[in-house]
Design a protein around this ligand. Structure first.
Ligand code: T5A
Length: 230
């Protein structure tokens, strides 16, 4: 397609449970395809891989697991698929991803367990491909609970969701200048939210010439450089 840039854009949709992420990812995919833009949709956890199957069983409360172990599996699930993300971007596809490392930090740090500080929870995801844009779907607890299926899985409890939201807020603040992380009011109707998301995604729809960044690359570099002087 004319006007395409050197690589596809990496767009992540984040939010609390039942905030409408999957609905919006599907509408965004449809919109991008309608514009003739090649799209790759991804979702984390990806429950189809062997690691993903272990995560699925845990989320359905069919198995128990140490909190630190399940955290590392969620991250491993992203690393095992990270090459598919970069390959798709290099091939010029726009990658639209339903949840990513931010959920990994938020849901684990919200447990407030020994050894699970914010920094510890972030560490395994440092250097993953960084999204060009993360859209955080903000819903009120009332809207969240009114939506179909809430309460079926392990983390879908009001107090847990409230703690998760606080961690997401911290992540949003730390993401910096406001161009890479944008909170969107997602209490409205599906089409209304979709219009707003499209307004934000459209400037990236034809891809980008910016080199793909790595998540929290500054932290990674600082720590690796300090090791050179040990
Ligand atoms: N998790 C995830 C971790 O702990 N660590 C990690 O690293 C990762 C990646 C599963 C759990 O795993 C945790 C977080 C989660 O607790 P999941 O598979 O993404 O993650 O599961 P859910 O968050 O439950 O995702 P869902 O896909 O079920 O919810 P969505 O995608 O937010 O919501 P959606 O689009 O399916 O919509 C839910 C319902 O609401 C309706 C829909 O029709 C549907 O019935 N709806 C609306 N209704 C009214 N107005 C709107 N605007 C609506 N939008 C959707």
């Amino acid at each position: 397609m004319s006007g395409r840039k050197t690589r596809g854009a990496f767009i992540v949709i984040e939010g609390l449970d039942r905030s409408g992420k999957s609905t919006q990812v599907a509408l965004l995919e449809e919109r991008l395809k309608g514009e003739g833009i090649p799209v790759r949709v991804m979702k984390f956890p990806d429950r189809t891989t062997p690691i993903g199957k272990m995560i699925d069983s845990y989320l359905r409360s069919e198995t128990e697991m140490d909190d630190r172990a399940i955290h590392l599996l969620f991250s491993a699930n992203r690393w095992e698929l990270s090459k598919s993300i970069t390959d798709a971007l290099d091939a010029g596809e726009t990658v639209v991803c339903d949840r990513y490392a931010f959920s990994g930090i938020a849901f684990s740090a919200a447990k407030n367990k020994p050894g699970m500080s914010f920094e510890w929870c972030r560490a395994p995801d440092v250097a993953l491909p960084a999204p060009d844009l993360t859209l955080f779907l903000a819903v009120t607890p009332e809207a969240q609970r009114a939506r179909g299926g809430f309460g079926e899985e392990r983390y879908e409890k009001a107090d847990m969701q409230e703690r998760v939201e606080h961690v997401f807020e911290r992540i949003g603040v730390e993401m910096g200048d406001g161009s890479r992380w944008i909170a969107v009011d997602a209490d409205g109707g599906k089409e209304e939210v979709a219009q707003e998301l499209w307004r934000l995604v459209q400037p990236l729809a034809k891809g980008t010439d910016r080199p793909l960044a790595r998540l929290w690359a500054d932290l990674d570099e600082r720590v690796r450089n300090s090791h050179l002087y040990i």
